[in-house]
Write a protein that binds this ligand. Structure first.
Ligand code: FES
Length: 115
């Protein structure tokens, strides 16, 4: 797992509630993954950043009341927990598991991602 943020405070500063950011990380094979990290009222979620409809960057979209990321290009919606398209005919997004774990170096809860 890769540490994204060292504390909840840092995570919230970098990704305020209701916002999404683009993360770039290398997977186990060294391939770059573009990830949309979203901060919702239900917590943080990570999905692939490339929309499965026509390739727009999902981190430029917005989060709706149903905890879905809404693509800015054609407004397809994707459930951030499952990655499933809930509006529009598109395949599901890849989802990434996030986990808060105690960081022994700082003794704070840190946010990790499983690539
Ligand atoms: S590119 Fe995302 S909905 Fe069309």
């Amino acid at each position: 797992m890769i540490k994204l943020f060292s504390s909840e405070e840092e995570a919230t500063q970098q990704v305020p509630l209701g916002k999404s950011v683009l993360l770039r990380a290398a997977d186990a094979n060294g391939e770059e993954e573009k990830i949309c990290l979203s901060h919702t009222k239900d917590g943080f979620f990570a999905v692939q950043n490339t929309c499965t409809h026509a390739g727009e960057d999902l981190h430029k979209g917005f989060i709706n009341e149903q905890n879905e990321i809404v693509c800015p290009l054609h407004s397809y919606c994707f459930n951030l927990k499952t990655g499933h398209a809930t509006r529009g005919n598109a395949t599901s997004l890849k989802t990434y598991r996030l986990e808060w774990k105690n960081d022994e170096a700082t003794n704070q809860k840190a946010l990790f991602i499983d690539l």
